[in-house]
Design a protein around this ligand. Structure first.
Ligand SMILES: [Zn+2]
Length: 65
């Protein structure tokens, strides 16, 4: 399966929204694990890269270098 080209500071939509009702997450750390932060409530979660790729639906805002 092709890996979606996501990067630091991109805003993404996940397949499941956060319980706070927001489905906008900013990627704040890249690595073996990806840390994303909910744009609605500021809660952040750490997800293994493979799992993130599976659960991410699309990139909403691509961060410009
Ligand atoms: Zn939230």
């Amino acid at each position: 399966m092709e890996e979606k080209a996501f990067g630091l500071n991109d805003v993404v939509e996940m397949k499941k929204q956060h319980p706070c009702g927001t489905n906008r997450w900013r990627i704040i750390r890249m690595g073996m694990d990806i840390r994303i932060k909910c744009e609605g409530c500021g809660h952040s979660v750490l997800i293994p890269r493979r799992e993130f790729s599976r659960k991410m639906k699309k990139i909403l805002v691509k961060h410009e270098e």
